[in-house]
Write a protein that binds this ligand. Sequence first.
Ligand SMILES: [Zn+2]
Length: 345
Amino acid sequence: MTEYVKLLHLLCERQPIIKETLLDAFPGSKFWKIVDTAVVSALLTQFFNEADQEVRERHGSKSVSLSNVLHAYDRSTPSSMRSEFCWSPEEADRAERWATFANELATNLHEVIGHGSGLTAERLNGAPHAFLREHYSSIEETRADLVALYFIADPKMAEVGLVPAESHDDVIWAEYEAYARTALVQLRRVREGTSIHEDHMRNRQAIVHWLLANTNALERRVRDHKTYYTVLDRAAFRDGVKRLLAEIQRIKSEGDYAAAGDFLDRYGIHFDPALRDEIVARTDALNLPAYSALVQPKLDPVRDESGTITDVRISYPCDLTTQMLEYSDGHRRREEPRRAAALAR
Ligand SMILES: [Zn+2]
Protein backbone atom coordinates (compact mmCIF):
# COMPACT_ATOMS: atom_id res chain seq x y z
CA MET A 1 0.00 0.00 0.00
CA THR A 2 2.67 2.48 0.93
CA GLU A 3 4.19 2.02 -2.54
CA TYR A 4 0.94 3.25 -4.07
CA VAL A 5 0.76 6.33 -1.87
CA LYS A 6 4.41 7.06 -2.54
CA LEU A 7 3.80 6.59 -6.23
CA LEU A 8 0.85 8.92 -6.19
CA HIS A 9 2.79 11.71 -4.52
CA LEU A 10 5.62 11.33 -7.01
CA LEU A 11 3.23 11.26 -9.94
CA CYS A 12 1.44 14.38 -8.84
CA GLU A 13 4.72 16.21 -8.60
CA ARG A 14 5.88 15.22 -12.03
CA GLN A 15 2.95 14.43 -14.27
CA PRO A 16 1.27 17.36 -15.96
CA ILE A 17 -1.83 15.34 -16.75
CA ILE A 18 -2.64 14.45 -13.17
CA LYS A 19 -1.94 18.01 -12.16
CA GLU A 20 -4.07 19.45 -14.92
CA THR A 21 -6.98 17.09 -14.72
CA LEU A 22 -7.03 16.19 -11.09
CA LEU A 23 -5.41 18.90 -9.04
CA ASP A 24 -4.99 22.27 -10.70
CA ALA A 25 -8.35 22.40 -12.39
CA PHE A 26 -10.27 21.98 -9.19
CA PRO A 27 -8.01 22.42 -6.20
CA GLY A 28 -9.14 21.08 -2.89
CA SER A 29 -8.10 18.68 -0.21
CA LYS A 30 -10.46 15.77 -0.85
CA PHE A 31 -8.11 14.02 -3.24
CA TRP A 32 -5.24 13.84 -0.80
CA LYS A 33 -7.37 12.98 2.14
CA ILE A 34 -8.83 9.99 0.40
CA VAL A 35 -5.68 8.57 -1.12
CA ASP A 36 -3.61 8.92 2.02
CA THR A 37 -5.96 6.67 3.90
CA ALA A 38 -7.08 4.42 1.08
CA VAL A 39 -6.61 0.71 1.39
CA VAL A 40 -5.97 -1.01 -1.92
CA SER A 41 -9.19 -2.36 -3.22
CA ALA A 42 -9.92 -4.82 -5.94
CA LEU A 43 -12.49 -7.45 -5.19
CA LEU A 44 -14.61 -6.15 -2.35
CA THR A 45 -15.36 -8.91 0.05
CA GLN A 46 -16.89 -9.39 3.40
CA PHE A 47 -13.97 -8.89 5.70
CA PHE A 48 -14.29 -8.17 9.37
CA ASN A 49 -17.82 -6.98 8.86
CA GLU A 50 -18.17 -5.71 12.35
CA ALA A 51 -15.20 -3.39 11.94
CA ASP A 52 -16.35 -1.89 8.63
CA GLN A 53 -18.18 1.16 9.85
CA GLU A 54 -15.62 1.89 12.53
CA VAL A 55 -12.79 1.89 9.98
CA ARG A 56 -14.73 4.15 7.62
CA GLU A 57 -15.56 6.64 10.32
CA ARG A 58 -12.03 6.81 11.60
CA HIS A 59 -10.10 6.69 8.33
CA GLY A 60 -12.48 7.40 5.47
CA SER A 61 -12.64 5.12 2.46
CA LYS A 62 -12.03 1.45 3.09
CA SER A 63 -11.84 -1.50 0.76
CA VAL A 64 -9.94 -4.74 0.73
CA SER A 65 -8.08 -6.52 -2.00
CA LEU A 66 -7.55 -10.24 -1.67
CA SER A 67 -4.84 -11.18 -4.11
CA ASN A 68 -5.47 -14.86 -3.63
CA VAL A 69 -9.05 -14.37 -4.82
CA LEU A 70 -7.80 -12.60 -7.93
CA HIS A 71 -5.37 -15.44 -8.52
CA ALA A 72 -8.01 -18.09 -7.97
CA TYR A 73 -10.25 -16.35 -10.47
CA ASP A 74 -7.41 -16.14 -12.92
CA ARG A 75 -6.38 -19.78 -12.45
CA SER A 76 -9.96 -20.91 -12.98
CA THR A 77 -9.94 -19.24 -16.40
CA PRO A 78 -8.56 -21.60 -19.03
CA SER A 79 -5.69 -20.15 -21.04
CA SER A 80 -7.68 -20.93 -24.21
CA MET A 81 -9.80 -17.94 -23.19
CA ARG A 82 -6.84 -15.69 -23.87
CA SER A 83 -5.23 -17.44 -26.80
CA GLU A 84 -8.51 -17.67 -28.74
CA PHE A 85 -8.61 -13.87 -28.93
CA CYS A 86 -4.88 -13.18 -29.39
CA TRP A 87 -3.81 -12.25 -32.90
CA SER A 88 -0.24 -13.57 -32.64
CA PRO A 89 1.71 -16.16 -30.62
CA GLU A 90 3.71 -13.24 -29.16
CA GLU A 91 0.54 -11.67 -27.82
CA ALA A 92 -0.58 -15.02 -26.37
CA ASP A 93 2.82 -15.52 -24.77
CA ARG A 94 2.79 -12.05 -23.18
CA ALA A 95 -0.73 -12.68 -21.92
CA GLU A 96 0.30 -15.99 -20.41
CA ARG A 97 3.27 -14.45 -18.64
CA TRP A 98 2.05 -11.00 -17.66
CA ALA A 99 -1.69 -10.50 -18.01
CA THR A 100 -2.50 -11.62 -14.46
CA PHE A 101 0.14 -9.41 -12.89
CA ALA A 102 -0.75 -6.46 -15.13
CA ASN A 103 -4.42 -6.84 -14.39
CA GLU A 104 -3.89 -6.84 -10.65
CA LEU A 105 -1.69 -3.79 -10.88
CA ALA A 106 -4.20 -1.97 -13.09
CA THR A 107 -7.02 -2.88 -10.71
CA ASN A 108 -5.13 -1.41 -7.77
CA LEU A 109 -4.32 1.75 -9.73
CA HIS A 110 -7.99 1.97 -10.76
CA GLU A 111 -9.12 1.84 -7.13
CA VAL A 112 -6.45 3.94 -5.44
CA ILE A 113 -5.48 6.70 -7.85
CA GLY A 114 -8.53 6.24 -10.11
CA HIS A 115 -11.51 6.36 -7.76
CA GLY A 116 -9.33 8.12 -5.18
CA SER A 117 -8.98 11.14 -7.46
CA GLY A 118 -11.12 13.41 -9.57
CA LEU A 119 -12.39 16.60 -8.04
CA THR A 120 -15.50 18.39 -9.21
CA ALA A 121 -16.37 22.04 -9.68
CA GLU A 122 -17.63 23.81 -6.59
CA ARG A 123 -21.10 24.38 -7.97
CA LEU A 124 -21.60 20.58 -8.14
CA ASN A 125 -21.47 20.49 -4.34
CA GLY A 126 -19.48 17.28 -4.35
CA ALA A 127 -22.38 15.44 -6.02
CA PRO A 128 -21.48 14.85 -9.70
CA HIS A 129 -23.90 11.90 -9.75
CA ALA A 130 -26.78 14.32 -9.29
CA PHE A 131 -25.77 16.00 -12.57
CA LEU A 132 -24.65 12.98 -14.61
CA ARG A 133 -27.55 10.86 -13.30
CA GLU A 134 -27.84 7.47 -15.09
CA HIS A 135 -24.48 8.07 -16.82
CA TYR A 136 -22.55 8.72 -13.63
CA SER A 137 -21.32 5.20 -12.82
CA SER A 138 -20.20 4.43 -16.38
CA ILE A 139 -18.35 7.75 -16.59
CA GLU A 140 -16.70 7.26 -13.20
CA GLU A 141 -15.60 3.71 -14.12
CA THR A 142 -14.29 5.00 -17.45
CA ARG A 143 -12.28 7.66 -15.65
CA ALA A 144 -10.80 5.21 -13.12
CA ASP A 145 -9.81 2.77 -15.90
CA LEU A 146 -8.20 5.59 -17.91
CA VAL A 147 -6.17 6.70 -14.90
CA ALA A 148 -4.93 3.12 -14.47
CA LEU A 149 -4.16 2.64 -18.19
CA TYR A 150 -2.25 5.90 -18.27
CA PHE A 151 -0.18 5.44 -15.14
CA ILE A 152 0.63 1.76 -15.58
CA ALA A 153 2.99 2.95 -18.33
CA ASP A 154 4.69 5.60 -16.21
CA PRO A 155 8.43 5.03 -15.55
CA LYS A 156 7.69 5.72 -11.89
CA MET A 157 6.00 2.34 -11.69
CA ALA A 158 9.40 0.66 -12.01
CA GLU A 159 11.20 3.31 -9.95
CA VAL A 160 9.07 2.76 -6.86
CA GLY A 161 9.28 -1.00 -7.30
CA LEU A 162 5.75 -1.88 -8.40
CA VAL A 163 7.01 -3.41 -11.66
CA PRO A 164 10.36 -5.08 -12.45
CA ALA A 165 12.10 -2.50 -14.66
CA GLU A 166 13.30 -5.05 -17.22
CA SER A 167 9.73 -6.31 -17.73
CA HIS A 168 7.86 -3.02 -17.62
CA ASP A 169 7.46 -2.88 -21.39
CA ASP A 170 5.94 -6.38 -21.52
CA VAL A 171 3.60 -5.51 -18.66
CA ILE A 172 2.32 -2.44 -20.52
CA TRP A 173 1.79 -4.39 -23.74
CA ALA A 174 0.08 -7.20 -21.86
CA GLU A 175 -2.31 -4.80 -20.12
CA TYR A 176 -3.20 -2.83 -23.26
CA GLU A 177 -3.71 -6.00 -25.30
CA ALA A 178 -5.81 -7.63 -22.60
CA TYR A 179 -7.90 -4.48 -22.29
CA ALA A 180 -8.61 -4.46 -26.02
CA ARG A 181 -9.51 -8.19 -26.01
CA THR A 182 -11.91 -7.71 -23.11
CA ALA A 183 -14.10 -5.41 -25.19
CA LEU A 184 -14.70 -8.38 -27.49
CA VAL A 185 -14.80 -11.26 -25.02
CA GLN A 186 -17.27 -9.54 -22.69
CA LEU A 187 -19.92 -9.62 -25.43
CA ARG A 188 -20.50 -13.29 -24.52
CA ARG A 189 -22.38 -11.99 -21.50
CA VAL A 190 -25.00 -10.11 -23.48
CA ARG A 191 -26.80 -12.91 -25.29
CA GLU A 192 -29.91 -10.91 -26.12
CA GLY A 193 -30.49 -7.49 -27.61
CA THR A 194 -27.92 -5.11 -29.05
CA SER A 195 -26.98 -2.95 -26.10
CA ILE A 196 -24.85 -3.17 -22.97
CA HIS A 197 -26.39 -2.22 -19.63
CA GLU A 198 -23.69 -2.99 -17.06
CA ASP A 199 -21.54 0.06 -16.19
CA HIS A 200 -18.10 -1.60 -16.27
CA MET A 201 -18.90 -3.29 -19.57
CA ARG A 202 -20.07 0.00 -21.07
CA ASN A 203 -16.94 1.68 -19.83
CA ARG A 204 -14.55 -0.93 -21.30
CA GLN A 205 -16.25 -0.95 -24.68
CA ALA A 206 -16.39 2.86 -24.72
CA ILE A 207 -12.65 3.23 -24.16
CA VAL A 208 -11.68 0.61 -26.76
CA HIS A 209 -14.15 1.85 -29.38
CA TRP A 210 -13.08 5.45 -28.81
CA LEU A 211 -9.43 4.44 -29.29
CA LEU A 212 -10.34 2.50 -32.45
CA ALA A 213 -12.14 5.53 -33.86
CA ASN A 214 -9.74 8.27 -32.78
CA THR A 215 -6.21 6.85 -32.76
CA ASN A 216 -3.90 4.51 -34.64
CA ALA A 217 -3.20 2.57 -31.46
CA LEU A 218 -5.15 -0.53 -32.42
CA GLU A 219 -7.19 -1.99 -35.22
CA ARG A 220 -9.95 -4.44 -35.86
CA ARG A 221 -8.75 -7.46 -37.82
CA VAL A 222 -10.53 -10.52 -39.19
CA ARG A 223 -8.94 -13.89 -39.93
CA ASP A 224 -10.86 -17.10 -40.71
CA HIS A 225 -14.12 -15.31 -39.89
CA LYS A 226 -12.80 -14.46 -36.43
CA THR A 227 -12.55 -10.87 -35.18
CA TYR A 228 -9.58 -9.54 -33.22
CA TYR A 229 -8.76 -6.19 -31.63
CA THR A 230 -5.03 -5.88 -32.09
CA VAL A 231 -2.84 -3.28 -30.39
CA LEU A 232 -0.31 -1.84 -32.83
CA ASP A 233 1.32 1.03 -31.00
CA ARG A 234 1.45 1.28 -27.25
CA ALA A 235 2.68 4.90 -27.22
CA ALA A 236 -0.30 5.89 -29.37
CA PHE A 237 -2.53 3.86 -27.06
CA ARG A 238 -1.29 5.76 -24.03
CA ASP A 239 -1.53 9.09 -25.79
CA GLY A 240 -5.15 8.34 -26.73
CA VAL A 241 -5.88 7.36 -23.13
CA LYS A 242 -4.45 10.68 -21.98
CA ARG A 243 -6.62 12.68 -24.39
CA LEU A 244 -9.73 10.79 -23.46
CA LEU A 245 -8.99 11.06 -19.73
CA ALA A 246 -8.81 14.84 -19.99
CA GLU A 247 -12.27 14.90 -21.58
CA ILE A 248 -13.86 12.36 -19.21
CA GLN A 249 -12.44 14.22 -16.22
CA ARG A 250 -13.92 17.43 -17.62
CA ILE A 251 -17.31 15.72 -18.02
CA LYS A 252 -17.25 14.59 -14.40
CA SER A 253 -15.83 17.83 -13.00
CA GLU A 254 -18.40 19.97 -14.80
CA GLY A 255 -21.27 17.48 -14.53
CA ASP A 256 -21.74 17.64 -18.32
CA TYR A 257 -24.77 15.38 -18.72
CA ALA A 258 -25.16 15.87 -22.48
CA ALA A 259 -21.52 15.06 -23.25
CA ALA A 260 -21.61 12.00 -20.99
CA GLY A 261 -24.70 10.65 -22.75
CA ASP A 262 -23.28 11.37 -26.17
CA PHE A 263 -19.97 9.64 -25.40
CA LEU A 264 -21.61 6.50 -23.99
CA ASP A 265 -24.23 6.32 -26.72
CA ARG A 266 -21.64 6.64 -29.42
CA TYR A 267 -19.00 4.25 -28.06
CA GLY A 268 -20.14 2.32 -25.01
CA ILE A 269 -23.70 1.06 -25.30
CA HIS A 270 -24.46 -0.37 -28.72
CA PHE A 271 -22.87 -3.32 -30.46
CA ASP A 272 -23.27 -5.33 -33.63
CA PRO A 273 -25.30 -8.48 -32.86
CA ALA A 274 -23.45 -10.41 -35.58
CA LEU A 275 -20.19 -9.75 -33.74
CA ARG A 276 -21.77 -10.85 -30.47
CA ASP A 277 -23.00 -14.07 -32.09
CA GLU A 278 -19.49 -14.72 -33.35
CA ILE A 279 -17.99 -14.21 -29.85
CA VAL A 280 -20.65 -16.40 -28.22
CA ALA A 281 -19.95 -19.18 -30.73
CA ARG A 282 -16.20 -18.94 -30.08
CA THR A 283 -16.49 -18.97 -26.28
CA ASP A 284 -19.17 -21.71 -26.31
CA ALA A 285 -16.90 -23.87 -28.48
CA LEU A 286 -14.23 -23.56 -25.77
CA ASN A 287 -16.80 -24.25 -23.06
CA LEU A 288 -16.07 -20.91 -21.38
CA PRO A 289 -18.68 -19.73 -18.89
CA ALA A 290 -20.13 -16.22 -19.24
CA TYR A 291 -19.67 -15.59 -15.53
CA SER A 292 -17.61 -17.17 -12.76
CA ALA A 293 -18.26 -16.84 -9.05
CA LEU A 294 -16.06 -17.82 -6.15
CA VAL A 295 -17.04 -19.00 -2.71
CA GLN A 296 -15.10 -16.93 -0.18
CA PRO A 297 -13.43 -18.36 2.88
CA LYS A 298 -15.24 -17.26 6.01
CA LEU A 299 -13.22 -15.06 8.37
CA ASP A 300 -14.38 -14.71 11.96
CA PRO A 301 -12.56 -12.42 14.39
CA VAL A 302 -11.52 -13.93 17.71
CA ARG A 303 -11.61 -11.36 20.52
CA ASP A 304 -10.28 -11.21 24.05
CA GLU A 305 -12.35 -9.95 27.02
CA SER A 306 -11.67 -6.30 26.16
CA GLY A 307 -13.04 -6.88 22.65
CA THR A 308 -9.65 -6.58 20.95
CA ILE A 309 -9.22 -8.83 17.93
CA THR A 310 -6.51 -11.37 18.74
CA ASP A 311 -6.88 -13.88 15.94
CA VAL A 312 -8.89 -14.80 12.87
CA ARG A 313 -10.70 -18.09 12.45
CA ILE A 314 -10.86 -19.28 8.85
CA SER A 315 -13.38 -21.77 7.58
CA TYR A 316 -14.38 -22.86 4.10
CA PRO A 317 -18.07 -23.08 3.31
CA CYS A 318 -18.73 -24.79 0.00
CA ASP A 319 -22.14 -23.45 -0.86
CA LEU A 320 -22.39 -20.23 -2.86
CA THR A 321 -26.16 -19.80 -2.35
CA THR A 322 -25.91 -20.05 1.44
CA GLN A 323 -22.98 -17.66 1.47
CA MET A 324 -24.76 -15.05 -0.65
CA LEU A 325 -27.85 -15.27 1.59
CA GLU A 326 -25.66 -14.84 4.66
CA TYR A 327 -23.99 -11.77 3.14
CA SER A 328 -27.30 -10.20 2.27
CA ASP A 329 -28.70 -10.91 5.72
CA GLY A 330 -25.62 -9.42 7.41
CA HIS A 331 -25.81 -6.37 5.17
CA ARG A 332 -29.46 -5.83 6.04
CA ARG A 333 -28.79 -6.15 9.76
CA ARG A 334 -26.04 -3.55 9.57
CA GLU A 335 -27.95 -1.14 7.36
CA GLU A 336 -31.32 -1.33 9.11
CA PRO A 337 -30.49 0.81 12.20
CA ARG A 338 -28.79 3.40 10.03
CA ARG A 339 -31.75 3.64 7.67
CA ALA A 340 -34.16 3.91 10.59
CA ALA A 341 -32.03 6.66 12.16
CA ALA A 342 -31.89 8.57 8.87
CA LEU A 343 -35.68 8.36 8.44
CA ALA A 344 -36.31 9.55 12.00
CA ARG A 345 -34.25 12.67 11.42
ZN1 LIG B 1 -14.28 1.07 -10.26
